[in-house]
Design a protein around this ligand. Structure first.
Ligand code: NAP
Length: 307
C-alpha cells in the first residue's frame, strides 16, 4: 500500500551521514502503515487521531548539523533518530537530554516537546530487551564481558548496570581509548560499576563470562568470515553462557556460530535494532502498543532473512 501524503502528514526521520543504508525508514514506515490500516479499519479519521506520519532519511553532513536541526524544527519535524556521526555532536544543540543519555554521552532519539528538542537514548532499552524477556534471569551474581569500547559499548555497559550484573568488564585493543572510555564516565554515578581491560586479558575473562557481548564491527558484512575471538579463545566460554552480537548481518555471525558450537545461547543484533526503534516510536507517537512483529518482519524481509 502506498502511503498517501497530505498537507497534514507529520514528519519523522533519521539524521546521519551517510544515511542511505539506514534500516530505520523500512522498519518505522512499516509500523506507521500498519497503525494506519488498524485505524482505517475502524473508519476513523487517521489525521485526526494523529497517526498520519512518514519517516524519512535526512543525510546531514557534520558541518551542517546545527543549521539542519534548526531547519527540522522550522518544518515541524516531530522527532528523529540520530546515527553516526552525530550521536555525540548533537548533544550541545538540544535543549534537554535525559539523564540516561547524559550518562552514556550519546543521543539516538530526539523529540519535539514544548517547542524544544529533547534527546534520549533508546539503544539501552533495545539492548536489554531480549535479556529481560526471552532470556530473563537473575543477573545479580553474573559476569558480563563486553568486547569493544566504542559508542554502542556505552549503551551495553549502561544496560548491564541496569540489569544488575555483579561484574562488568569492558575489553579493548587500545589502552589510550580504553582510558578515555573510563574517564568519560568519571562524573557519572555508574563510573565504578565496570572495569576496563586490554585485549590480552581475555583468556582470563572469558571462562568467567555469563554474558559475552561483541560491540566491535568485526564479522560484519562483507567481512563475514571474521570473528573478534579465535576458536581457542571462545572454546573457554562456559556452556550455557549467552553470546550476544550487536551485528545483525550476517545472521548469525561467525562469533555466534563459534559460541553456539560451545553450547552457548546466541542473540544477534536484530532484536536490539527492532526494540530501540519501538522505544523511539513510543516516544514520538505517545502510544503504548506498537506493531512490533510488523517492524521485525519488515526488517527481516528487507535483509532477505525471511524467517
Ligand atoms: P564504534 O563507535 O566505531 O566502536 C567500535 C569499537 O570496536 C571500538 O571500540 C573499536 O576499537 C573496536 N574495534 C574495531 N575494530 C576492532 C578490531 N579489529 N579489534 C578490536 N576492536 C576493534 O562503533 P559502534 O557505533 O559502537 O558500533 C559497533 C557495532 O555495533 C557495529 O557493528 C554496529 O553495526 C553495531 N550496532 C548495532 C546496533 C543494533 O541495534 N543492533 C546498535 C548500535 C551498533 P578502538 O576504540 O580501539 O578503535
Amino acid at each position: 500500500m502506498t502511503k498517501k501524503i497530505t498537507g497534514k502528514t507529520k514528519l519523522l526521520g533519521v539524521i546521519g551521514y551517510p544515511v542511505e543504508h539506514s534500516l530505520s525508514p523500512v522498519m518505522h514506515n512499516a509500523a506507521l502503515a500498519q497503525l494506519v490500516v488498524r485505524v482505517a479499519s475502524r473508519r476513523e479519521d487517521i489525521a485526526q487521531l494523529g497517526l498520519d506520519y512518514i519517516y524519512l532519511p535526512f543525510p546531514i553532513e557534520p558541518q551542517n548539523l546545527e543549521v539542519a536541526i534548526a531547519g527540522l524544527a522550522a518544518v515541524g519535524v516531530v522527532g528523529f533518530n540520530v546515527t553516526i556521526p552525530h550521536k555525540q555532536a548533537i548533544i550541545p544543540l538540544l535543549s534537554e537530554i535525559t539523564p540516561l543519555a547524559q550518562t552514556i554521552g550519546a543521543v539516538n532519539t530526539v523529540s519535539r516537546q514544548n517547542n524544544k528538542w529533547v534527546g534520549t537514548n533508546t539503544d539501552i532499552e533495545g539492548f536489554i530487551a531480549p535479556l529481560q524477556t526471552t532470556y530473563k534471569q537473575d543477573w545479580s551474581q553474573k559476569v558480563a564481558v563486553i568486547l569493544g569500547n566504542g559508542g554502542a559499548a556505552r549503551a551495553v555497559v549502561a544496560g548491564c548496570i541496569q540489569l544488575g550484573f555483579a561484574q562488568i568488564h569492558v575489553v579493548g585493543r587500545n589502552m589510550q581509548r580504553l582510558e578515555e572510555f573510563r574517564n568519560s564516565w568519571s562524573n557519572s554515578p555508574l563510573a565504578d560499576k565496570f572495569q576496563v581491560h586490554q585485549w590480552e586479558e581475555l583468556p582470563k575473562l572469558i571462562p568467567q563470562a555469563n554474558l559475552l557481548v561483541n560491540t566491535t564491527p568485526i564479522g560484519m558484512y562483507p567481512k563475514v568470515d571474521e570473528s573478534p575471538l579465535s576458536v581457542e579463545e571462545i572454546a573457554n566460554l562456559p556452556t550455557g553462557a549467552i553470546a550476544y552480537d550487536l551485528i545483525y548481518i550476517p545472521k548469525p555471525t561467525q562469533f555466534l556460530q563459534q559460541a553456539e558450537k560451545q553450547g552457548a545461547i546466541a542473540i544477534d543484533g536484530l532484536e536490539m535494532l527492532v526494540q530501540q526503534g519501538v522505544a523511539a516510536l513510543k516516544i514520538w507517537l505517545q502510544l503504548e502498543t506498537l506493531p512490533v512483529e510488523v517492524m521485525r518482519q519488515a526488517l527481516q524481509n528487507h535483509l532477505g532473512l525471511g524467517e
